[in-house]
Design a protein around this ligand. Structure first.
Ligand code: FES
Length: 314
């Protein structure tokens, strides 16, 4: 996966669970560092994880990410927190599926938990642009607000709202969405219930769009039974069968069809392939509902078919 290597330069604990890691790019510079982008970090053989960029230098020589330790997770955060200063990792990307639009008239950013990591550089960028924006940072209690001090250092004034549920009560997402001006966009990154609530309130938006990034694949598919289907590779006309227990990506790799991939769970967007024909059963967390409906591309690591055959631009 790697196009670069990086060395851990520094680690700072922001809360009991969240630490910020600074990596030096060893064979840089790293290009494409921008708000909303993430990098792939190879922590061990077969263990590649995606992390949103928080901070970086303009030369692309170093960058910071923040990672929450999740003892019950799949091991990535434990491996990251286990790194020692000077340890080296493989680096892929960056990629950006959560980029700030240039044209928005007004931007509302809503974030919570470790979802704050891509929102921080977005806010920096919006402040530099002199944009009309406001950010709502929702946490259970103040000591969990890992990035609060970094927001406050920016002197954001009324643009910044820290909401602590233990003292401020429940954060009313629908009420916030109703105050978005005509044509205003919403950016959200946080726990899945927060994301779902924003998406559900989206019909109250007047002309703007919701942009989001997920940290976990939509869980509703986990127990669904899968049918087999066919994929046809447009370039060769070759037809391959995808069984109930395998992904399109599994089948492509088994047949040595070159295709990029990263997370293997529909979150990073690196395995996106154009759809020529057929109806996709989208199961990723990257594409917006409108993009999924357009049926123009799919993430081959998780998505399946509603039609008997999908023709892919491969
Ligand atoms: S490999 Fe990450 S979305 Fe498919």
């Amino acid at each position: 996966m790697s196009s670069h290597r990086a060395r851990l330069l520094n680690k700072v604990n922001l809360t009991d669970e969240i630490a910020e890691f600074r990596f030096q790019v060893l064979d840089g510079p790293l290009e494409g560092l921008e708000p909303g982008a993430h990098v792939d970090i190879g922590l061990a053989p077969g263990m590649v994880r995606q992390y949103s960029l928080c901070t970086w230098d303009s030369e692309g020589r170093w960058f910071n990410i923040a990672v929450k330790q999740e003892p019950d997770g799949r091991g990535g955060s434990t491996a990251m927190h286990g790194l020692a200063i000077g340890d080296e990792v493989e680096l892929g990307g960056p990629r950006n599926h959560f980029a700030l639009a240039e044209t928005s008239k007004h931007i509302t950013l809503i974030t919570g938990g470790i979802g704050v990591t891509p929102i921080l550089p977005m806010v920096r960028e919006l402040q530099c642009r002199g944009a009309d924006f406001r950010v709502f940072y929702v946490v259970r209690s103040r000591e969990l607000a890992a990035m609060d001090s970094q927001f406050r250092e920016m002197s954001l004034g009324d643009h910044y709202h820290l909401h602590c549920s233990d003292s401020d009560g429940r954060f009313d997402i629908a009420a916030v969405i109703q105050t978005v001006p005509v044509g205003g966009d919403v950016y959200v990154c946080g726990p899945e219930p927060m994301l779902e609530e924003v998406l559900n309130a989206g019909s109250d938006l007047r002309g703007g769009a919701i942009h989001f990034e997920r940290f976990a694949a939509a869980a509703t598919f986990a127990t669904e039974e899968n049918d087999s289907f066919e994929i046809e590779l447009q370039s060769s006309g070759k037809v391959l069968e995808v069984g109930p227990q395998e992904s399109i990506l599994d089948v492509l790799r088994a047949h040595d069809v070159p295709v990029e991939f990263g997370c293997y769970e529909g979150l990073c967007g690196s395995c996106m392939v154009d759809v020529v024909a057929g109806e996709v059963d989208h199961r990723d967390g990257v594409l917006s509902p409108a993009e999924q409906e357009a049926n123009e591309f799919l993430c081959v690591c998780v998505s399946r078919a509603r039609s008997r055959r999908l023709v892919l631009q491969l």
